[in-house]
Design a protein. Structure first.
Length: 80
């Protein structure tokens, strides 16, 4: 999952994937809030999820993104 997230971010922002680690913050990667919104849209499409606004506010690192996706997937696993 982490590699998939890194791949989406790398493609969306044109950053070499080797420069992105789970501990990377958006700030360290030179990304602003508009970039973060674009990344979340790309991740929603990639993982077929909807990030609630409140969930996206606490995201600072790539690891946070992965954790948020895992929580959303776990929460929707029982919904049919």
């Amino acid at each position: 999952m982490t590699q998939r997230v890194i791949s989406v971010i790398a493609k969306t922002q044109r950053i070499p994937p080797e420069k992105i680690s789970p501990e990377s913050t958006f700030e360290e990667l030179g990304l602003d809030s508009l970039d973060a919104v674009n990344i979340l849209f790309a991740l929603e499409e990639e993982f077929n999820l909807d990030f609630p606004d409140e969930a996206s506010r606490g995201i600072r690192t790539i690891r946070d993104v992965v954790g948020g996706i895992e929580k959303l997937q776990a929460g929707s696993a029982g919904v049919k």
